[in-house]
Design a binder for this molecule. Structure first.
Ligand code: ASP
Length: 356
């Protein structure tokens, strides 16, 4: 009697346990499918006076092709379940290697005729960040910024110290000349010559200068922002800075909160434009903070800063961003911004001009 009672209790228990197990299993299967956060990615390749009438269809096609390739490479990482950090590194590395952009190979010359590179990366889940500035011998500054994030107790390393750290981390030093391109050298020489005279920039007949005359402002900083399947946001920016900048000048790109910011609670931002103003306006952080404090959309927050605050300061440039719900937005107050995105619905956008 007692044994039967015990047995029947035990089988009831077993049945209950089985039921609980099945419900839990179903819930966890559902949860893991639902837990996959929608992914999105946005990139830029610099903002400024991009004059449509001076850009040949061939050059335009080249820019659109590299922007497409870069955004697709980052998106592939995200859809395969990779992290937002890996996605933006894949994208930015590709753009650093392209001579079309002012980052890595093809970066602009400083006043001494050398290349000094800045980059930063930030992770929105932990608010960890890594940055490098005024480096001259590292092929991929964004990868070095990422190594600072992972392997250094510091947020930013500059110049010689950054390059010693790089070697300790297994990075190879490359010749500064390997970043230099003829196009950037000619642009630089024109600016230097003008600096020494009061006259206007003379008309040019150099075919290479003519080919790139749509870009008198020497654009091409690159940046990327992404959100992955875990809902983690990452943002990164890489640049050669501004043509003819003085030795040791550091722009906004490697300054966390100015050129780059990411916070899972609001958004990720990468900026491009006249760095001195972007530092003073704390552009990237301000946009995320406005979203968080005012409860406004990413687009509204970007517009308040880029079309409002920066315009009042007479600062030209733009930003890209992705928010915590995988919305993508751009804002720029210049004639154009090289940009591309793939939103949470998988829609691809590749644009250069304001009216694209
Ligand atoms: N923001 C960069 C700098 O000031 C330049 C740019 O984005 O064009 O270094």
């Amino acid at each position: 009697m007692l044994i039967t009672k015990y047995l029947s209790f035990s089988s009831l228990q077993l049945a209950l346990l089985t039921l609980i197990f099945c419900v839990a299993l179903a819930a966890s299967v559902n949860a893991s499918a639902a837990d996959k956060h929608p992914v999105a990615i946005a990139i830029h390749g610099g903002a400024g006076t991009i004059r449509r009438e001076l850009m040949s269809p061939e050059i335009e096609a080249e820019y659109r092709a590299i922007l497409s390739k870069a955004i697709l490479s980052g998106h592939k990482v995200l859809t395969a379940g990779g992290s937002s950090r890996d996605a933006i590194i894949a994208t930015i590395t590709l753009m650093e290697d392209s001579p079309l952009f002012n980052a890595g190979h093809g970066a602009v010359f400083n006043h001494e005729g050398n290349i000094e590179l800045d980059a930063s990366i930030m992770e929105g889940r932990t608010l960890n960040a890594g940055a490098v500035a005024a480096i001259t011998q590292i092929k991929s500054p964004i990868k070095l910024a990422n190594a600072v994030l992972d392997h250094s107790p510091h947020v930013m390393l500059v110049g010689a110290g950054a390059e010693i750290f790089a070697q300790q981390q297994g990075f190879k030093l490359v010749a500064n000349d390997s970043f230099k391109t003829e196009r950037r050298r000619l642009q630089f020489e024109r600016i230097i010559n003008q600096e020494q005279s009061t006259a206007e920039l003379p008309e040019t007949s150099n075919p290479l200068l003519l080919k790139y005359q749509f870009d008198e402002k020497k654009l091409g900083t690159v940046g990327a922002v992404a959100i992955d399947q875990n809902g983690d946001i990452a943002a990164g920016t890489s640049t050669g800075g501004m043509t003819n900048k003085r030795f040791g000048r550091v722009g906004d790109a490697p300054i966390i909160g100015a050129g780059t910011y990411a916070d899972n609670e609001s958004c990720g931002i990468s900026a491009t434009g006249h760095g001195e103003y972007f530092i003073r306006a704390a552009v990237a952080h301000d946009i995320c903070a406005r979203m968080a404090y005012k409860g406004i959309s990413l687009q509204q927050a970007q517009d308040e800063v880029v079309q409002g605050k920066l315009v009042k300061m007479e600062a030209s440039g733009g930003v890209i961003g992705v928010d915590k719900d995988a919305n993508v937005a751009f804002s720029f107050n210049s004639l154009g911004m090289y940009r591309a995105s793939i939103n949470q619905h998988g829609d691809l956008l590749v644009q250069i001009f304001k009216q694209d």
